[in-house]
Design a protein around this ligand. Structure first.
Ligand code: FES
Ligand SMILES: [Fe+2]
Length: 447
């Protein structure tokens, strides 16, 4: 089947160049696409399910649901995490309710069948009734592939899936210098979002919208980005990489702007508007710039001083920065989409992350999650809860920047259903990663 190229679309009349950046709209809201995704995409891909630090102790578990499937991801031994189908093999009751906890074993609440945390069956209530016909080999919980990378636990339902590291490919190489495995959650939030899961991820998979959607950022600099495909994944970065060694600062708009005050204002704004894409150390160090750097200092000196000061403060509190070279920052860019469900914005000591997946069989909704990872001293790691708030207009909970994004996501999902909209005309420079997303999406659905 062909889901990208609609032969009747106006764009199809405009030649190959237009077609390369044209994405039809149907996959965003037609229910049959949800079905196809559950059949051909989700069971065949490596999905980010949890972070390793969510199951630190033996017996700790977290459930991960995708479509009709639910998994129990459990630390079965100090050095072993497993993913089991969350279903009792007697009559099919969910073995544990959605959530997390610590269990010595998993007893079914219905008739008491019970499984050890390594998935082997421990008890069949009144087993003698079966007169010896039950086979222990047939009674272990179903297991799916699991592997870890960067502190993330990935699962894959396909027993023949390629190794995770091969699947991540270039993305794993580009993100390796950031040592994401040494970061921990600082906060986590989620909601049932009124848009398709692809619209949600795409809202964080390009920088083209920043200057308009996030217009208050313009006072700190202009924004122009370059997006690229990286195998099945995608990435974008600033096209002025020399001015953003930390991965988020964009080019100063006014050549005579006071870079010192610009940086101080930028990080302070981010702290209040999203509480991410920065660390408290960077916010603090940036406020020192006007007093420590001459007003006419060149931009690289201002940024160099900021980085040096922040590194020293972090080193003193037991958070040494990994040795990331300017070339590695440039290769990593700002933002990565790991196909299918994750977007990461890595920085030296923190990482903003997003995850989206379908909500049940409804293409009009998704489960959307946002979190901030930080590298911090072990005794400062907070106990974080994944907080839910379905109000996409709650300014105090979500902050200014996410609220701005959410309104575009909701509005785009509504607008795409219009018969006046033939499909997306992607920016060939700044939205290439989205184009690649749909190329890969189409390949999976065509299998
Ligand atoms: S359904 Fe689980 S023990 Fe009966
Ligand atoms: Fe945004």
């Amino acid at each position: 089947m062909n889901v990208i190229f609609d032969p009747n679309s106006p764009a199809n009349q405009q030649g190959a160049e237009s077609l390369k950046n044209f994405v039809v709209r149907e996959s965003y809201f037609r229910p049959e696409f949800v079905e196809m995704e559950y059949k051909s995409l989700w069971p065949k891909t490596w999905q980010m399910a949890i972070r390793e630090e969510e199951v630190p102790e033996v017996g700790d578990y977290v459930t991960y649901d995708i479509g009709p499937d639910s998994l129990i991801i459990v630390r079965s031994a100090p050095d072993k995490i497993n993913a089991f189908h969350n279903v009792c093999l007697h009559r099919g009751r969910r073995l544990v309710d959605a959530g997390h906890g610590n269990m010595a074993s998993f007893p079914c609440k219905f008739h008491g069948w019970r499984w050890a945390i390594d998935g082997t069956n421990e008890n069949i209530t009144q087993r003698e009734d079966w007169c010896g016909t039950l086979d222990n080999d047939d009674l272990s919980l179903g297991r799916v592939q699991l592997d870890t990378w960067g502190g993330f636990v990935f699962v894959n339902f396909d027993p023949n899936a390629e190794p995770l590291i091969n699947y991540l490919g270039e993305a794993a190489e580009a993100l390796a210098p950031f040592k994401l495995e040494t970061m921990r959650y600082r906060w986590r939030k989620w909601l049932k979002m009124p848009c398709n899961w692809k619209i949600a991820l795409e809202a964080f998979n390009e920088g083209y919208h920043v200057g308009i959607t996030h217009y208050p950022l313009n006072r700190f600099g202009s924004s122009s980005f370059v997006s690229r495909a990286a195998g099945i994944h995608g990435s974008f970065g600033s096209d002025v990489s020399s001015l953003r060694p930390e991965g988020a600062v964009t080019k100063s708009k006014a050549s005579n702007a006071d870079m010192r005050k610009n940086m101080a204002g930028f990080y302070k704004y981010l702290k209040g508007a999203i509480d991410s894409n920065m660390s408290d150390t960077l916010v603090y160090a940036a406020q020192l710039l006007p007093a420590t750097v001459p007003e006419d200092a060149p931009p690289m000196e201002v940024i160099g001083t900021l980085m040096k000061t922040a590194m020293e403060i972090d080193a003193a509190r037991g958070v040494p920065w990994p040795p990331i070279t300017p070339e590695q920052y440039q290769t990593a860019g700002i933002d990565w989409h790991l196909f299918p469900n994750t977007v990461l914005l890595p920085m030296a000591t923190n990482c903003l992350g997003y995850r989206a997946r379908p909500f049940e069989n409804d293409p009009d909704w998704c489960i959307f999650e946002v979190y901030q990872l930080e590298r911090m001293p072990p005794n400062e790691v907070p106990k974080t809860e994944n907080l839910r708030n379905d109000d996409i207009y709650d300014y105090s909970f979500w902050g200014e920047i996410l609220l701005q994004d959410f309104q575009q996501m909701e509005g785009t999902h509504l607008g795409m259903k219009s018969r006046g909209f033939p499909g997306s005309r992607l920016n060939p420079k700044q939205e290439r990663s989205i184009n690649n997303f749909h190329r890969v999406y189409n390949e999976y659905l065509s299998r």
